[in-house]
Design a protein around this ligand. Structure first.
Ligand SMILES: Cc1cc2nc3c(=O)[nH]c(=O)nc-3n(C[C@H](O)[C@H](O)[C@H](O)COP(=O)(O)OP(=O)(O)OC[C@H]3O[C@@H](n4cnc5c(N)ncnc54)[C@H](O)[C@@H]3O)c2cc1C
Ligand code: FES
Length: 264
């Protein structure tokens, strides 16, 4: 996966907050240095409070870049993310980034991108969609959630939806939707899949793409402490070419990896 350089640790001001569902808020931060070198799939590590609660920073994908601003789409999952969701316009916080690997949209081996996301995993897709479209690549979004309230399709184009309970779109998982849609999508030429969501969903996407010989990048999640390769809190096992396993630090060799590393 391509990597980023020019990492900055900056005190950023919150310029806007926008609640988009009962537990998800989009927060806009003014951080021109990070915005200038961010690539889709990168994340930032944010000290959401000036107190020691929580002590460690929290990792969040870059949802969008607009000039010198970055948007973060945050789901209140625990104390840190809930505090972040409640941040107010004009408040400031330390933001380290851009960090990690990015989605590989280089070269000209595909002309249609299928963006498969689930739950808060849809967060990095807006930035990715924008960059793909700027390269003239067609984008289709397959977006999943347990219920229609969990779908985060705002601002994305060409969306096909899946819910576990059938309350919107296809009834079933987003991977089942991908299986259903694939024959028609193959008419669009060379495809590449980009995926982010809960790790079990990503395993299913990786296995499906392997079965179908589709190129696929996935953005994995793990608990992260430092975000810069020091704490070893983000170790995950991936597959080696010989079938054995090796351990990577997800903040360094991820979060975006080739799905082949995960496929079983
Ligand atoms: C590379 C990366 C990008 C991410 N991007 C986003 C994003 O764009 N938007 C978003 O809302 N969330 C994102 N997350 C998840 C987010 O970092 C966690 O929800 C957050 O750190 C939880 O902190 P907390 O203090 O709110 O919860 P805690 O009280 O620490 O934990 C609450 C729950 O979240 C789980 N958790 C804690 N840390 C993580 C973690 N790093 N990853 C996954 N689960 C965790 C805990 O096991 C627990 O179940 C991302 C995570 C990673 C690794
Ligand atoms: S988060 Fe500390 S080593 Fe990766």
């Amino acid at each position: 996966m391509p990597e980023t350089n020019s990492i900055t640790d900056t005190r950023a001001t919150v310029v806007e907050t926008r609640r988009i569902s009962h537990d998800v808020t989009v927060i806009t931060l003014d951080c021109p240095a990070i915005a200038a070198s961010a690539k889709p799939g990168n994340f930032v590590n944010i000290k959401v409070s000036d107190t020691t609660l929580p002590l460690l920073r929290r990792p969040f994908s870059i949802h969008n870049v607009r000039g010198g601003l970055i948007d973060i789409m945050v789901k209140a999952a625990g104390r840190g993310s809930a505090l972040f969701c409640d941040s107010t316009k004009g408040s400031t916080m330390m933001v380290l980034g851009p960090l990690g690997t990015c989605f590989d949209i280089s070269g000209n081996k595909f002309n249609t991108a299928i963006l498969v996301s689930g739950g808060i995993g849809t967060a990095p897709m807006l930035f990715l969609e924008k960059e793909l479209k700027a390269k003239g690549i067609k984008v289709i979004n397959l977006i999943g959630g347990r219920t229609k309230e969990e779908l985060l399709a705002q601002e994305l184009s060409n969306c096909r939806l899946a819910t576990d309970d059938g309350s919107a779109g296809f009834r079933g998982t987003v991977v089942e939707l991908l299986r259903e849609e694939l024959p028609a999508l193959k008419q669009d030429g060379a495809l590449k899949v980009f995926s982010c969501g809960p790790n079990p969903m990503l395993k299913a996407v990786a296995a499906f793409c392997r079965e179908q010989s589709l190129r696929c990048d996935i953005s994995l999640e793990s608990v992260m402490g430092c975000g810069i390769g020091i704490c070893y809190g983000c170790s995950v096992e991936v597959k080696k070419p010989d079938g054995g396993l090796r351990t990577i630090l997800l903040c360094q060799e991820g979060p975006v990896i080739d799905a082949e590393l995960l496929a079983v």
